[in-house]
Design a protein around this ligand. Structure first.
Ligand code: ADP
Ligand code: MG
Length: 243
């Protein structure tokens, strides 16, 4: 399998706190990797490092064979190639749903407004919110807003999408509509790194589960193996708390 994201001995500190400890892993094109682990274990920092929202102290991260750029046009291109969906949706509050999805393609990808709108409507339709296109984010439910955030990421034609606990701010009845959209994406071959504790999603869609604790990758296994037969005490302890 062709590697898309390669992390090699990545270290990151916040002051004295060593948050990423010698992280090495590879994500192949089309692969879906679920990252799971206790709060504070470094999952968000890992996602943010891959998108260069955070710098790293040493080690390397490459995407498609290219080391992460640190600034300028190359960084803007990287951000366009690596979509990110956050827990808190992060839609532009004063822009319509349609504008939220067309902004990046027009500004960063240089698409015409008509072209961007056509594609945005297709994507909004795909995630089931085309009829909300003229509204502002606050007029939508959390589940709908998160599906818009996914459509917005897709509109950039990313090589990879990072999801950082995309359903943890949602009311329970809205979780599945977002997970279903993500399962669909996974089936279509999107490369995805997903921080989530939703085991149903991991079982249905993930190729691998990466378990992190204390800034380290402690286990990297097939979902079935990880959930039914965790090897480390830390994973056993963690699973006993969330199952
Ligand atoms: P997770 O997403 O697994 O809960 P994070 O990556 O958010 O973990 O955080 C890992 C550790 O780094 C935590 O101890 C957290 O408090 C700390 N941390 C995260 N962001 C910062 C920051 N900007 N400055 C200082 N410490 C941070
Ligand atoms: Mg986090």
């Amino acid at each position: 399998m062709e590697p898309l994201v390669v992390l090699d001995s990545v270290n990151k500190h916040y002051g004295d706190l060593h948050v990423l400890k010698n992280i090495s892993t590879t994500v192949a094109k089309g692969e879906v990797v679920v990252v799971i682990g206790p709060s504070g274990s470094g999952k968000s920092t890992l996602c943010r490092a891959i998108n260069r929202l955070e710098t790293i102290d040493d080690g390397t991260i490459t995407i498609g064979g290219t080391p992460l750029p640190s600034e300028g046009a190359a960084l803007a291109r990287l951000r366009a190639d690596v979509g990110m969906v956050f827990q808190s949706f992060n839609l532009f509050a004063h822009k319509t749903i349609l504008e939220n999805v067309t902004l990046g393609p027009i500004k960063v990808r240089g698409k015409s407004k008509a072209e961007a709108e056509k594609r945005a409507m297709e994507l909004l339709d795909r995630v089931g919110v085309a009829n909300q296109a003229k509204k502002l984010p606050a007029q939508l439910s959390g589940g709908q807003q998160q599906r818009v955030a996914i459509a917005r990421a897709l509109a950039m034609d990313p090589q990879l999408i990072l999801f950082d606990e995309p359903t943890s701010a949602l009311d329970p009845e809205m979780i599945n509509e977002v997970l279903d959209t993500m399962v669909q994406l996974a089936k279509e071959g999107m490369t995805m790194i997903v921080v989530t504790h939703e085991m149903g999603f991991a079982r249905k869609a993930a190729d691998r589960v990466v378990f992190m604790a204390d800034g380290q990758i402690v286990e990297d296994r097939k979902p079935e193996d990880f959930f039914t037969n965790p090897e480390s005490d830390r994973a056993k302890d963690f699973l006993s708390k969330i199952l």
